[in-house]
Structure formats: structure tokens, C-alpha cells
Write a protein that binds this ligand. Structure first.
Ligand SMILES: Nc1c(C(=O)O)ncn1[C@@H]1O[C@H](COP(=O)(O)O)[C@@H](O)[C@H]1O
Length: 161
């Protein structure tokens, strides 16, 4: 099995329905990844260990999704200098506004690249990870170019008659 390049973590297994969209994109881009439930609140020691060992284990980018008081992406980012992409999972009570604000409003010095709430955000997290990696990977850049072409084609085919 090849070593994972992207780590996809989420605060709860209930986030999987959203986060699987990021994993689907990584698979379609032929990027190796690992997925894991890690919580800053519920498993703080595991979260520290995951973030601290991420770089030496060969990860290049981390995608972290969480809902509600979504501290996971920021706390992962606090423990590694790998790029972290935060996915605000849609919460029931506040429709994901809580997740979005707690991920996006990082203090200066510890960035988290925050995407939109929910499935669209998870798709973009997968694509953004691919785009970061494509800076050093020409075949991956070509796969991203074909993806963009396929989007263009879909719009043209679905144009109003
Ligand atoms: N925001 C966090 C963190 C964290 O940030 O560490 N850990 C779990 N959670 C979130 O709690 C929500 C409800 O979780 P449950 O469905 O397990 O009750 C999930 O969206 C999860 O991401």
C-alpha cells in the first residue's frame, strides 16, 4: 500500500457523509489518502499525536472537517506546519454558521484554509489539496485540467435551450 499523501480527519463519524466528498475527489485525482475520526474535544491526546507525527509520516496536506464548535482544524494547524484545509460541517442547530465561524476566524500566525459549509466545501477541500500538490506534480496538474474541462463541458451541455 502506498503511503498516504493527504490526511482526512473529522470530529465524528457523523461527519463522514460530508467528508466522503473530499475523499471521492482525492480518489478521482489518484491521490493517496488516509481517513480517521479524531476530535480535539473528545480525543485530545490522539489529535495532538496525529498532528505532531503527520509530516514525518509523509502527509503533505491535511483536510479537517468538524461541525458546531469546530476546533479540530485550528488545533491540528496549531501542532503542524503542513497546510490544513478546514471543512465546516453543517450543524443542525445553526446550519453550519457555528462551524464556519469557528474554523475561519483563526488568529494571525496559524492559518486554516477554510472552504464553504457542507458537501460543496468538502469537494473544494479535495480539489484544493490536489491543487497544492499539483505545484510539484505535472501529471496531477493534467488531471486537474481535465476536471476543469469536464466542468466546462457540463455547463455547455446543460445550457438553456
Ligand atoms: N467539532 C467537533 C470536534 C472538535 O472540533 O474537536 N469534535 C467533534 N466535533 C463535532 O461534533 C459534531 C457532532 O458529533 P456527534 O454526531 O458525534 O455528536 C460533529 O459534527 C463533530 O465534527
Amino acid at each position: 500500500m502506498s503511503k498516504a499523501t493527504v490526511g482526512v480527519v473529522m470530529g465524528s463519524s457523523s461527519d463522514w457523509e460530508t467528508m466522503k466528498n473530499a475523499c471521492d475527489i482525492l480518489e478521482s485525482m489518484e491521490i493517496s489518502y488516509e481517513k480517521k475520526v479524531v476530535s480535539a474535544h473528545r480525543t485530545p491526546d490522539l489529535m495532538f499525536q496525529y498532528a505532531e507525527t503527520a509530516r514525518e509520516r509523509g502527509l503533505k496536506v491535511i483536510i479537517a472537517g468538524a461541525g458546531g464548535a469546530a476546533h479540530l482544524p485550528g488545533m491540528i494547524a496549531a501542532k503542524t506546519t503542513l497546510p490544513v484545509i478546514g471543512v465546516p460541517v453543517q450543524s443542525r442547530a445553526l446550519h453550519g454558521m457555528d462551524s464556519l465561524l469557528s474554523i475561519v476566524q483563526m488568529p494571525a500566525g496559524i492559518p486554516v484554509a477554510t472552504v464553504a459549509i457542507g458537501a460543496s466545501g468538502a469537494i473544494n477541500a479535495g480539489l484544493l489539496a490536489a491543487q497544492f500538490l499539483s505545484a510539484f506534480d505535472e501529471p496531477l496538474k493534467e488531471r486537474l485540467d481535465s476536471y476543469r474541462k469536464s466542468l466546462e463541458q457540463k455547463v455547455k451541455e446543460s445550457d438553456l435551450k
